[in-house]
Design a protein around this ligand. Structure first.
Ligand code: DQA
Length: 145
């Protein structure tokens, strides 16, 4: 079984970027933690971070057919990328949306998520821990745990 973990623009700067919103944990540490959980569950994960919309879509297309689920933090694309939403809908895999910050507690433009309607559910406001919660939820949904 394989799960894609996709992070969008600026998330390569985690640990240094707006730490009051996004915390001190780096993306490398987050991915490492997810790899450990996945390994214990006997599941493979394929991680990718991309600053460009097209790169995210290409990654979804590339791994979409061989994967069983998606964890995605699309960053700012969350709020307006119909193209990423359509890519998720196209591969038709169970998808969990993640945000480190509570997007409903911030600027109005962050409240809308165009990927939420094509996701199983979402986790926001729990910082880096949200990725682990998303993985556990997805594993449970896939019948792994
Ligand atoms: C974010 C929230 C987005 O609004 C923002 O553009 C990000 C990060 C989060 O994880 O809280 O880049 O997705």
């Amino acid at each position: 079984m394989k799960i894609m973990v996709i992070n969008g623009p600026n998330l390569n700067l985690l640990g240094a970027r707006e730490t009051e919103h996004y915390g001190m944990t780096t993306l490398e540490d987050i991915e490492e933690g997810l790899r450990e959980i996945a390994a214990r569950a006997g599941v493979e994960i394929e991680c990718g971070q991309f600053n460009g919309e097209g790169e995210i879509i290409d990654f979804i297309h590339r791994y979409g057919t061989g994967a069983d689920g998606i964890i995605i933090n699309p960053g700012a694309y969350t709020h307006y990328s119909i193209a990423i939403r359509d890519a998720i809908a196209a591969v038709d895999l169970p998808t969990v949306e993640v945000h480190l910050s509570n997007i409903h507690q911030r600027e109005d433009f962050r409240r809308e998520s165009v990927v939420a309607p094509v996701s199983l559910g979402g986790v926001w406001g729990f910082g880096s821990h949200g990725y682990e919660l998303a993985l556990l939820a997805l594993l449970r949904r896939l019948g792994v745990q």
